[in-house]
Design a protein around this ligand. Structure first.
Ligand code: ZN
Length: 56
């Protein structure tokens, strides 16, 4: 199961996720997700998969 689409800004699931805030990292609507912990490696995706409503 690939999650490469989580790194694609043109994917509709990513665009949809960006319309709401993220419950994991508290990113505001329109903001890319970030690591919830300071000092971690950069996030390898634009949004957390949990932010994509259709996967809940
Ligand atoms: Zn997030």
């Amino acid at each position: 199961m690939g999650l490469d689409w989580l790194r694609d800004h043109s994917d509709p699931r990513v665009a949809d996720a960006l319309t709401r805030s993220c419950g994991i990292c508290k990113a505001a609507p329109g903001e890319d997700c970030r690591h919830p912990w300071q000092g971690s490696d950069p996030l390898d995706r634009i949004v957390h998969v949990e932010r994509c409503g259709e996967l809940r």
